[in-house]
Design a protein around this ligand. Structure first.
Ligand code: FAD
Length: 561
């Protein structure tokens, strides 16, 4: 009895990396594809991200002289992932990731470079301490997108300067250490931005796209070349299943229900339930705060619920890509804290004024430890980043930028920044026991002066040192907090998205609770339960699989073996 308003071969829900990749591969295999996007901007959290992808055995790594071994990569992920994740899913990822990247670079204009970025658990069997599994994108010229660049999601406030200026990973270091040429480099970038006249009058968007904007920009440009439309402000409401087979979806278009038939299949790529407080309360008590998630506001788990309604299984809904975040009042998401924790001259304490972790560990490990601490002791949300004047002068701390006096920061940032001439007075402003905080700082300082952290071994693992300041010796991550005034900024256990979701098989097909595939329905990215389980093996393990399973699913759907 259903009549359709439109028919396509492949209907993709969500315009993040997973969704656009699925549509692009489908279109390349001569399927008629359509992407629908709930928000007024396309690109999802993927556009706001670092754009890093974790790809074992890539051509790029080989060219850099790193001989990877896919069995090692499998062993490594298997050892970290959850027991309920099938071997076949991990195998499918590990075996197809490099082919996906080869396809991506051949069919879009994005270029990826393998990085000497150690795996997050490099010491585990199969881990790589050298790195070369994490890849980062080179910049992409947004002019190739024409007007569509204006409706692309802005980069995260955590990965852009003043909320608009885009930069690359290499430039982060240029600015971070203010190495030779940093000021002229920055001036040039700003001039390029402000003198982009026709654009400056109509949009705040920077046309030089980096990181996640570069990846999603290149995917969108390729979709445009192939004539694949992306319909904005078109939320999916329902998955339609008939006689066991998924045949289409009901979306909302111009405020009215609109039915789209999908002859070959539907790909759910609508992200996690990052911003759905009720779904978090019901499923993920360890990661309770929707507000602190770095995901985009439109990721509210719609397609996880719609899948479950027609019989799909769900898995690991208790899990998230845990991360420490700063939160600036009024903003719609937390700001991921990646680098600052490893720099010398700062520590993180709980509300009792005690250190409780190695600050310089990967964001996922720190995020999980903060969340567990909050669950068990109730004193870690917020925790506090404490730093001294020298740190303040040299490095950024979340929204607080060096060389910019306090008064130049916006009111919301000033409202959360505490400052005092002694540690005791600072503790008073934080509402923390002054005796405890000064004892913590004194203990840390005595150790740091010798370049050791006997309590938490900060600066010993390879990962810690990567983000430390190499000019600071003997330990690039440790220096006493000694120069007044002292500062404190609240930091929260948050996440960069949830990662439990619909249960899928090695082809990216959605399965029911018994593991039987639901014909016509696929799920990728954070819409699906991750092959990583509750772990974070290395930088890029969320986007790498989103792209790879998008590639696998679209090939399966369009019969490309
Ligand atoms: P998304 O990119 O979030 O896309 C989902 C899209 O679906 C959204 O546009 C949303 O509006 C849309 N949608 C939602 N509901 C509906 C509906 N009902 N109908 C239609 N559309 C809908 N991961 C990495 O691997 N590497 C990194 O370097 C990295 N850096 C990060 C940095 C930051 C600051 C943050 C916040 C995250 C980072 N991540 C990184 C995590 C990564 O960005 C996400 O895990 C990933 O983007 C998820 O991709 P996705 O395609 O599943 O979802």
């Amino acid at each position: 009895h259903l009549s359709w308003d439109k028919e396509v071969d492949v209907l993709v829900v969500g315009s993040g990396a997973g969704g656009m990749m699925s549509a692009l591969v489908a279109a390349s295999n001569r399927a008629e594809a359509l992407v629908i996007e709930k928000a007024a901007q396309w690109g999802g959290t993927s556009a706001t991200s670092g754009g890093g992808i974790w790809i074992p055995g890539s051509d790029q790594a080989k060219a850099a002289g790193f001989e990877d071994n896919l069995d090692d990569a499998f062993t490594y992920v298997r050892g970290l992932s959850a027991d309920n994740v099938p071997d076949a899913n991990i195998r499918a990822y590990v075996d197809n990731a490099a082919a996906m990247l080869r396809w991506l670079t051949a069919n879009t204009e994005v270029e990826y470079v393998a990085q000497p970025y150690p795996d997050y658990h490099a010491e585990n069997p199969g881990g790589s301490a050298q790195g070369f599994r994490t890849h980062l994108p080179l910049e992409f010229d947004g002019r190739k997108l024409g007007r569509d660049v204006k409706t692309q999601r802005f980069p995260s406030p955590a990965a852009s300067l003043f909320g608009y200026l885009q930069w690359s990973f290499a430039e982060t270091y240029l600015l971070l250490y203010r190495t030779k040429g940093w000021a002229s480099g920055l001036a040039k970038s700003m001039a390029r931005y402000w003198f982009d006249w026709p654009f400056r009058f109509t949009s705040r968007k920077d046309r030089r796209l980096t990181l996640g904007n570069a990846l999603t920009g290149a995917l969108r440009a390729a979709l445009n070349d192939k004539g694949v439309p992306v319909w904005l402000e078109t939320p999916m409401r329902e998955v339609v299943r008939r006689d066991g087979v998924v045949v289409g979806v009901v979306v909302e278009r111009n405020g009215k229900p609109y039915r789209i038939r999908a002859r070959k299949g539907v790909v759910l790529a609508a992200g996690g339930f990052d911003k759905n407080q009720d779904m978090r309360d019901a499923n993920a008590p360890l990661y309770p705060a929707a507000r602190y998630s770095g995901g985009v506001t439109s990721n509210t788990g719609d397609a996880i619920r719609a899948g479950a309604e027609i019989g799909a299984g769900t898995m690991n809904l208790q899990s998230a890509w845990a991360a420490p975040v700063f939160y600036v009042p009024g903003e719609d998401r937390g700001r991921l804290c990646t680098i600052e924790r490893a720099l010398p001259g700062c520590i993180m304490v709980n509300r009792s004024g005690e250190r409780y972790l190695n600050e310089a560990a990967s964001y996922h490990i720190v995020g999980q430890q903060m969340a567990a601490r909050q669950r068990d002791h109730g004193d870690a949300s917020p925790s506090w980043m404490i730093f001294d004047y020298r740190y303040r002068h040299l490095y950024p701390m979340g929204p607080v930028l060096p060389l910019m006096p306090d008064w130049m920061h916006k009111g919301a940032v000033r409202s959360i920044l505490k400052k005092a001439s002694t540690i005791e007075a600072l503790a008073g402003k934080m509402g923390v026991d002054p005796g405890k905080l000064s004892a913590t700082v004194a203990r840390f300082n005595a150790d740091a002066a010798k370049g050791v952290d006997s309590a938490f071994h900060r600066g010993e693992p390879a990962y810690d040192r990567m983000y430390g300041d190499p000019r600071n010796q003997p330990n690039p991550c440790l220096r006493p907090l000694s120069e007044a005034p002292f500062y404190a900024l609240p930091i929260y256990p948050g996440d960069i998205g949830t990662n439990g979701g619909l249960q899928t098989n090695a082809k990216g097909q959605v399965v029911d609770q018994e593991g039987t595939a639901i014909p016509g329905l696929y799920a990728v990215g954070n819409n699906a339960a991750s092959a990583m389980g509750e772990s974070y093996p290395g930088a890029g393990v969320t986007l790498g699989p989103a792209l790879t399973f998008g590639y696998i699913a679209a090939r399966d759907m369009t019969g490309a073996n």
